[in-house]
Design a protein around this ligand. Structure first.
Ligand code: PLP
Length: 454
């Protein structure tokens, strides 16, 4: 098999190193062609919530491929699509009773924002065009989703093509002091500055993904966001592409946020991806209110967003089997309880680091099975390493050489900044958590001492 950079015909996303050829995966482990074992400590890109190689999912996919693999989602519907929509709308915050299916998280975000705009046009407010998003924040790589993403390195080349999305500060306690309402008040200020009659939607991750490394907003934040959006007729799009399907220890991360009456804050549109399909077949979704769909229908229009692979039966069958597996094995609960064990093990490990290694671990934070380590050049001032050091990239390459897969992120501290996400499958065992944290410790020490260099 040709995997060297010059011999392969694959256009790899990064072309400065050869990629291991993975030939088998089981539970939290990947195996390459030489039999080397990797512990998948981030479930790829925070995707593999139930682990690899689950036979029940393979069976469901095979059965669906034999019966109906594909139909045109505009002309027909199918049993797995209907059943998955029933299941997700039952789990969703009350009132989110329609589900629309696509393939990737970016597509779900793109479609969710288009839905918000279409709703306003159908409501006789075609001037509502602005989207407000958060910085740091990430919503995807297609052009509208990218315009809503404060990730400079992804944006620079395409800048002339990106719409003008307004940005407010994301809740990021490690790098900003904040009270319950300050960031949400920034939302109100942005709406007023743009003119409330011109604003279509506010999009936010309920708990930070890789952009703010598992940062949790203060408890009252989203109730305040909801109030402000209601006050100005702005739709609240909650991006649960990374957090949905149990990652933070509740089925949806927005469930961590309650209003004054103790009720879950309900967004107008909620996006899902990653954990929805657990990596078994590409599938994303957005959920929304019947009233929003009805407004568009009453205007005499259909929702103007169609894609060849929307409402795909095979992908829906895979996702349905993944979600049933999560339910049958109480995996959301497991993400909550074992996630706490993972967090405690990470904090204990920090205390065992030699002083030069401990000095660069600025923060360890997280919730459920979503954790992050933020690396710093100076723990007192929280000053980041200069970006030119590529600390996070060197760290994950070192970890990979040691047999541990993690997800890096950079640029969140004013262009600099290095963090790493730890987000294993919910099925990980306590012994495998110890193995993961042990390898992570080794990787920190090796990167600091330079032993991690290729
Ligand atoms: N939204 C969030 C919060 C994400 O974390 C991501 C991907 O990391 C996306 C959207 C985009 O999803 P995808 O990469 O599947 O297009």
């Amino acid at each position: 098999m040709r995997t060297s950079l010059t011999a392969s015909h694959v256009f790899y996303r990064k072309y400065d190193y050869p990629l291991p050829l993975i030939v088998r995966a089981a539970g939290p482990y990947l195996f390459d062609e030489h039999g080397k074992r990797y512990l998948d400590g981030s479930g790829g890109a925070m995707v593999c919530n139930i682990g690899h190689g689950v036979g029940a999912i393979a069976d469901a996919i095979a059965d669906q491929a034999r019966s109906v693999a594909y139909i045109n989602g505009t002309a027909f519907t199918s049993p797995p699509v209907e059943a998955l929509a029933d299941l997700l709308t039952t789990k969703a915050p009350p009132g989110l009773d329609r589900a629309y299916f696509l393939s990737s998280g970016s597509e779900a975000v793109e479609a969710a924002l288009k839905l918000a705009r279409h709703y306003h046009v159908a409501s006789g407010e075609p001037q509502r065009r602005y989207v407000i998003a958060q910085t740091p924040g990430y919503h995807g790589n297609t052009l509208l989703a990218l315009a809503a993403s404060a990730r400079t390195s992804y944006r620079t080349v395409f800048d002339p093509w990106l719409l003008d999305v307004l940005m407010i500060d994301a809740p990021y306690p490690y790098r900003r002091t904040l009270d319950e309402h300050a960031p949400a008040s920034a939302l109100e200020a942005a709406i007023l500055a743009a003119g409330p009659e011109n604003v279509a939607a506010f999009i936010a991750e309920p708990i930070g993904g890789s952009s703010t490394g598992a940062s949790v907003p203060p408890p009252g934040y989203f109730a305040h966001v909801r109030e402000i959006c209601d006050r100005y007729g702005v739709l609240f799009v909650c991006d649960e592409v990374l957090t949905g399907a149990g990652r933070t220890g509740t089925y949806f991360a927005i469930e961590h946020f309650r209003d004054a009456a103790g009720q879950t804050v309900v967004p107008d549109i909620l996006t899902m991806g990653k954990g929805l399909n657990g990596g078994y077949a590409p599938l994303s979704a957005f959920l929304t209110r019947e009233a929003i769909v009805e407004r568009i229908r009453a205007s005499g229009a259909n929702f103007m967003h169609a894609q060849t692979y929307s409402h795909h039966p095979l992908s829906a069958a895979a996702a349905l089997a993944v979600q049933r597996y999560i339910d049958e094995n109480a995996l959301v609960e497991r993400a909550r309880t074992l996630g706490a064990v993972l967090g405690a093990t990470l904090q204990r490990m920090r205390k065992t680091l030699p002083s030069d290694a401990a000095a660069i671990v600025g923060d360890i934070r997280g919730i459920g099975m979503l954790w992050a380590l933020e690396f710093v050049a100076d723990r007192t001032t929280r000053a980041p390493f200069p970006r030119a050091d590529h600390f996070a990239e060197r760290f994950v390459e070192t970890a990979k050489r040691l047999g541990l897969v993690l997800w890096p992120n950079t640029g969140h501290a004013g262009g600099d900044g290095d963090l790493v996400m730890i987000a294993p499958p919910f099925t990980i065992t306590p012994a495998q958590i110890d193995e993961l944290v042990g390898l992570l410790r080794e990787a920190i020490i090796a990167t600091v001492t330079g032993r991690g260099q290729a």
